[in-house]
Design a protein around this ligand. Sequence first.
Ligand SMILES: [Zn+2]
Length: 247
Amino acid sequence: MTTCAELTSYCNELLEIGIFKDYCPNGLQVEGNSSIFKIISGVTASQALIDAAIQHKADLLLVHHGFFWKGENPILTGMKKRRLKSLLSHDINLVAYHLPLDAHKTLGNNVLLAEKLGLTLDHFFADNDIALSGSVKKQTGKEFKENITHTLNREPLHIDADREITKVAVCTGAAQSYIEKAIELGVDAFISGEVSENTWHIAKENNIHYYGAGHHATERYGVQALGEHLAHHFGLEHEFIDIFNPV
Ligand SMILES: [Zn+2]
């Protein structure tokens, strides 16, 4: 057992939340019970994940995508009211880590995805080291697509280029705009979660492979690793729940 205050202050320090300029608050977002025995983790604090946390009698729901995004309507009606009411009426803490959990050097989404894809890490780049590059053994774009499909259990969108792949850049989630930074680095391929209309043209005109491997699919590993780490550190129960999202 630990307290929510102890757990969140440990995480805030571990993930160095102070150095990030983020689009949402990192750390405790909705206060529940102060005693923590059981953590449920998941990618996004959707109603389905909150319902699962209630069913599993969680004290704390740990997510990558929480609430209170910059620029969104702050009024708590409809869907937001229902989500909050479910959390508050069951005394469940909502704790969210966004950019700090993408960038973390051992528990981050990028590092863990790169590891699963068999990349040898070269270096981190972009603001707060939010992206990374690495090397793989030489392969075709099609072979690398198969590698991603197999690893994520989901076929990525592949914008093909006329070059073999040894250098790869990775930035999970909605980081397709970092393709230009990847081009500057001179990598053969860039993997992110989502895709935009202009990603096609930028990739084609710069002859770089682009893989849109899914925002949800590329961001399942960080929160799972953090949940496991906390369970071990504080002696808690932890379970990751993957709620289907094809985007
Ligand atoms: Zn994300």
